[in-house]
Design a protein around this ligand. Structure first.
Ligand code: IPM
Ligand code: MG
Length: 370
């Protein structure tokens, strides 16, 4: 038995609890079949935390998050919380976790499983074999910049203000993550900003260029304006390997990239902080999809993004690359066999619910080690 790995599970709102339940089954499988035990703690985040505590992230929850090896999060939000103040909205719980844990690098892979190439709204030849990694800066930029607020003007109007700001070190550290990742992939980084109109973009380009020159000249570097990148992603997405960009552009481009793959229900993400002396780094793993309140509670949500987020956790937080491969391989084979949740359903395939997809993945895992 290896030492137990501690995980904080924050299923959150909407479909979060349903998809998280399938991850717990995969944890149990790893304990039973691979002798990898996890200490699981479960807590609230988002709207359900607001209902229980009057805020979307209780202090005690944050305290637990600081102690564990990694946090797994389902999804936050729902229409019943739309009228709340920003500070207590479900999303604020997620943003606080990212900021408090210093999770500055958000890794959002967008890959097309061979079996799903026809699920994309783009032509098969445009997306087949697609494998992009978007590295989104997650604790800076317009999401957190000051000043921010809605301010009264003398003439009776109001003015809404947000600030896009980046420092040299904030840009450098996320660029380093992108270059490091590119080394283990196809070796190309495309840095994305709007240096043609924004000072923060000019600094972004300057620092990324300097970071590259200082230690990553073995990696290819190109630069692209964000609007062009949005266009290139639908024109010829396979030109990209790693894309590194700021918080807001990364938010939008990662949704766009995710949809190239056919369904938001497929895409995992990892949010990583800086490592300490022992190499331990704060980490949070969550699917890119949201809480999908329209289908919550029906047992039909696709749990694959959540399960693949757990696979990223195995790989990046626990160094369990072999187990991550097992999980990812099981997902790919389930798709090859034509097992589908509603969001990726196609003619001639077998439609299953959330639990049915979990069953199928566990069955493939069993076969893989039999
Ligand atoms: C995401 C989401 C969040 C964001 C929301 C829920 C605050 O869209 O993780 O991409 O904007 O970062
Ligand atoms: Mg988003």
């Amino acid at each position: 038995m290896t030492a137990n790995k501690s995980l904080l599970l924050l299923p959150g709102d909407g479909i979060g609890p349903e998809v998280m339940a399938q991850v717990v089954r995969v944890c149990d499988w790893l304990a039973a079949k691979r002798s990898i035990a996890f200490d699981l703690t479960e807590d609230l985040v988002g709207g359900c935390a607001y209902d229980a505590h009057g805020k979307p992230l209780a202090d005690a929850t944050l305290k637990t998050a600081r102690k564990v090896d990694a946090v797994l999060l389902g999804a936050v939000g729902g229409p019943q919380y739309d009228q709340l103040d920003f500070a207590v909205r479900p999303e604020a719980g997620l943003l606080a976790l990212r900021k408090e844990r210093g999770l500055f690098a958000n890794l959002r892979p967008a890959m097309v499983f061979p079996a799903l190439a026809d699920a994309s709204t783009l032509k098969r030849e445009v997306v087949e074999g697609l494998d992009i990694m978007i590295v989104r800066e997650l604790t800076g930029g317009v999401y957190f910049g000051e000043p921010r607020g809605i301010f009264p003007l003398d003439d009776g109007q109001e003015k809404g203000v947000n600030t896009q700001a980046y420092t040299t070190s904030e840009i450098r550290r996320v660029a380093e993550v992108a270059f490091d990742l590119a080394r283990k992939r196809a070796g190309r980084v495309c840095s994305v900003e709007k240096a043609n109109v924004m000072e923060s973009g000019r600094l972004w380009r300057k620092v990324v260029t300097a970071t590259h020159a200082a230690g990553f000249t073995d990696v290819g570097l190109s630069h692209m304006y964000a609007d062009n990148c949005a266009m290139q992603l639908v024109r010829d997405p396979k030109q990209f390997d790693v894309i590194v960009t700021d918080n807001l552009f990364g938010d939008m481009l990662s949704d766009e990239a995710a949809m190239l793959t056919g369904s938001l229900g497929m895409l995992p993400s990892a949010s990583l902080g800086a490592g300490d002396e022992t190499g331990r780094r704060p980490a949070l793993y969550e699917p890119v999809h949201g809480s999908a309140p329209d289908i919550a509670g029906q047992g039909i949500a696709n749990p694959i993004a959540m399960i693949l987020s757990f696979a990223m956790c195995l790989r990046y937080s626990f160094g369990l690359g072999e187990e991550a491969d097992l999980v990812e391989g099981a997902v790919a084979r389930v798709l090859d066999r034509g097992i589908r949740t509603g969001d990726i359903m196609a003619e001639g395939c077998t439609r299953v619910g959330t639990g049915g997809m979990g069953d199928a993945i566990l069955a493939e895992l069993d076969l893989a080690v039999a």
